[in-house]
Every structure is written in C-alpha cells, then in structure tokens.
Design a protein around this ligand. Structure first.
Ligand code: HSE
Length: 334
C-alpha cells in the first residue's frame, strides 16, 4: 500500500485514469460514514467506522475546469462554500493534481447528515465522500486506501493536524490501526462480529483543534507502559474475539483525564453505561461524543436511551446512534 500512496503523491508516477465514459452533466452521490477515533487507549492510531450517521456528497462533472461548491445543507451555515476553504474541495483538488486531472470541472453539493464538531469524524466523512466520488467518476479502481494522504490534507485543514484515525476507517471501513505516520502504514484489524456500538453526542461545543491543545505533550514512562499494554490488549482482543479482553483494555490514562473535563457528567455517564451492561465506555475522538461497546443491540439501545434521558435532565440536548461496526466504508448511493 505504501507504494501506491507514493505513486499518487508523485504526479509523474501516476497514470491519468479515463473519465470512465462519463461526460459533463454526469453525477454521482456518495455516502461516507462517521467514525470513532482513538477507541479510548489508541490516541491517533486506532479508529473504526459505524453505519450511521454519515455525510453525503453529490458530485457533477461540468464543462469548466475547476471546482465549485453549489450547495451545503445541514450545517447551519457553518461551512465555507469557497472551494479554497472547504475540506472536501481542497482534498479533491489535491487528488486531481496528483493524478494530473486538473483539466476537469466539478460541482459539489455537500449534505451534512451528522453534527459538526461532534467527535464523530464529521469533516472526515465529508472529505472521504468527496474523494470516493471523484475516484469513482474517474474510474480509478485503485485501493481506496490510496486516497488516505489526500483525506489527511482535509483533516489538517479542519483542525490543524493531519491525523488519520478518522479518515482511514471512513475510507477503508472496519477497524483500522495507523501503525506509522511516516511512512504511512495502515493496518485493517478484525473485530468480533457481535460487537455493537452505542453513541451519544451531547450537544456542547468541543472543537478538535482546542481539544488537541489541552493535551500534555510529555508523558511519564510508567504511564506509557500502562497505555501500550492496553493498546496491545485491545488489538489482541480484536484478533482473539475476546470481548472481555477488549473491555478491560479500553482504558486511557493519558488523554481522557484531561478531555473528560469538557464533557458534562462524563464519569457519571460511564458508570451508568457500565451498570447497564456495557463492555467499555469512553470519548469518541476528541469528544464531546461518548461511546460504549456492548454485546448486543438491546444493551446498546438501553445505554443510549438512559444517557440521553440523563442529559435531558441536566438540560443538554443530544443525538444518539446505535450501530455495528461498518466494514464497507464509503458507498455510491446514486
Ligand atoms: N485522534 C484525534 C484526536 C481524533 O483525538 O484529536 C479527532 O477526532
């Protein structure tokens, strides 16, 4: 895979794919899923995709070279229509440059179907939908993982850091480990089939950029030992289908103690979720969303309902989602 990524980074090494027989006016609609990054102990290195929520991009080929964004819905006017400032168009432009296809014209509609700044990989879902749309329009049948460096450009723009733990699972589906950033080395992990995910988004503002700034940048060796023991335990549990091991490994002593302060009643919600039968509980990405793994759909539903009731009782609105792990990643929906 590294070879493919290098190939795309270098325009001269990339072959220009045809337009797949499509001409001006042709369009495609793509859905890309939300993601849970970090998975508690794996800050910046672990993430998985869920079935819902997610974002949709409609991309249309036009006669005029360059990218326009004609419409964004579901964002309450928060996202820029300027193609130089929008993560979707910027990532797509990087891709077009790398494959030597800046000659084509594109118009983009972005339909946000998930909350922005939620810790559910909102910008990643949009960016991945856009990249998967252009890849499909161009008839480029390389592995979707080759789009990763372009998707990371979008993350860099959205929050000042090009981490891959949202974009990689959004692109590839399933559970993903970022083994290394330099060089980029991404590994798809197995997971127990019966694992369910309960997600609660408390409607408070936690921008990723700020949630990254409050983290300590030096850690003690003894804390590192605890953390990498847990990461190894989680990955082992995924391979061994050992849900108990997954649960007891999902502990974070580095980031959660700081970020949990930004989430209302985080520890109380954890206690509630665990008492209701969750296997594990933690912050999704940089928050404020929280998630729990459960062994079945019923428990996941109970956890989301009870946590939502609690948040309502303290006057905080919330969105809730129940999903299995999405192994497919982005898909063409029209
Ligand atoms: N790993 C990133 C972070 C994910 O925790 O900042 C952001 O969603």
């Amino acid at each position: 895979m590294e070879e493919n990524i290098e190939g795309l980074k270098n325009p001269s090494a990339a072959t220009s794919p045809p337009l797949g027989g499509r001409g001006a006016g042709s369009s495609i609609s793509v859905f890309a899923p939300a993601t849970v990054a970090n998975v508690v102990c794996g800050f910046d290195v672990l993430g998985f995709a869920v079935n819902e929520p997610g974002d949709e991009v409609v991309m249309r080929i036009t006669n005029k070279p360059g990218i326009t964004i004609s419409k964004i819905t579901g964002d309450d006017g928060r996202l820029p229509l300027d193609p130089a400032k929008n993560t979707v168009s910027v990532s797509v432009q990087h891709y077009l440059q790398s494959v030597g296809r800046t000659d084509i014209g594109l118009d983009i509609e972005l339909h946000k179907k998930m909350p922005i700044g939620s810790g559910l990989g909102s910008s990643s879902a949009s960016t991945v939908a856009g990249l998967f749309a252009i890849k499909t329009l161009l008839g480029d049948d390389t592995d979707p993982a080759t789009l990763l460096p372009f998707a990371m450009k979008g993350e860099e723009m959205a929050c000042g850091h090009g981490h891959a733990d949202n974009v990689a699972p959004a692109l590839m589906g399933g559970f993903v480990l970022i083994r290394s950033y330099e060089p980029l080395d991404v590994v798809r992990l197995p997971h127990p089939a019966g694992l369910w995910c309960a997600i609660v988004f408390p409607d408070v503002d936690v921008p990723t950029r700020e949630a990254r700034q409050i983290i300590r940048n030096k850690i003690l060796m003894k804390d590192a030992v605890t953390q990498w023991g847990n990461i190894a335990g989680l990955v082992s549990g995924l391979f061994m289908n050992d849900i108990e091991l997954i649960g007891r490994s999902m502990k974070d002593i580095l980031v959660e103690p700081v970020r949990s302060m930004l989430i209302p009643d985080f520890y109380l919600m954890r206690e509630m979720a665990m008492n209701l039968g969750a296997v594990s509980f933690g912050i999704s990405g940089s928050g404020p969303s929280v998630f729990a793994f459960t062994r079945d759909e019923e428990t996941a539903k109970r956890v989301t309902q009870k946590l939502q009731q609690h948040l309502t009782s303290i006057n905080i609105g919330s969105n809730i989602y129940v999903s299995t792990i999405n192994d497919k990643g982005p898909r063409v929906i029209g």
